[in-house]
Design a protein around this ligand. Sequence first.
Ligand code: NAP
Length: 254
Amino acid sequence: MAGILEGKVALITGAGSGIGRATSRIFAREGAQLVLVDVVAEAAEETLEAAKQAGAKGICLKADVSKSSEVETAVARTVAEFGRLDCAFNNAGIEGEPALTHKCTESNWNRVLAINLTGVWLCMKAEIAQMLKQGHGGAIVNTSSLAGIAGAIGGPAYVAAKHGVAGLTRAAALEYGRHNIRVNAVCPGPIRTPMLSRLMQFTRDAEQRMVRSEPLKRLGEPEEVGETVVWLCSDRASYVTGLPMPVDGGFSAQ
Ligand code: NAP
């Protein structure tokens, strides 16, 4: 049976680890051609190698999403290689340094905002320009967070950036709906990735505490975010746009 993204070209940022890596595999399973972008080229190469062994086609590009020239080059290379861009998953992000608002340094603030918010905007800017040029629309999914829906303690820049991603998603959905470009976001809860492992080091019994506060009583797996992203990118979600969608085991329902 054909996959739900058969023949589509999908660009994925942060493809070398965690949610980006797992989602790339699901894009491949559903028949998409992959453009895997990461600041660490080798990490994205590993993701691509595994996808190719399962029969996928694609390329890897090294780019820092906070640098407009690198993002523009990545989209231009995508079009040079595959002739178009149908789907984009703007997912690259960092956790930044843990600190309360009055202790957050300006350099940490600037770095987190540059990658997690400006990076998403720069990607959307280049992707939307290409989708408008093609004239047949497209689908974009951005990675926000539970911290883009509600506050969280000890990461003011992260919370501000992820709220920004949710706002940017809604704004772009309104601006480009008439061009059949759908723009959604996923808002993951605690997902078992290298980023979460780094964050859990700072709190005693972090995993048990998270699990206790989750209605589904477990952490999420990166593939569970990936399945949602791929569905949002597919025609099965053809009337869904402007949605920051929780993938959080029910946490935000409390
Ligand atoms: P991860 O395992 O650390 O993966 C993030 C990937 O993005 C890494 O390969 C990273 O490379 C790359 N990256 C970092 N900065 C970049 C840049 N400037 N340009 C291009 N690529 C860059 O983290 P994850 O948990 O999968 O997180 C993916 C996204 O989900 C992030 O936006 C994160 O904020 C969001 N999220 C995660 C959770 C969770 O519980 N895991 C919850 C909510 C939201 P390096 O490894 O070299 O930094």
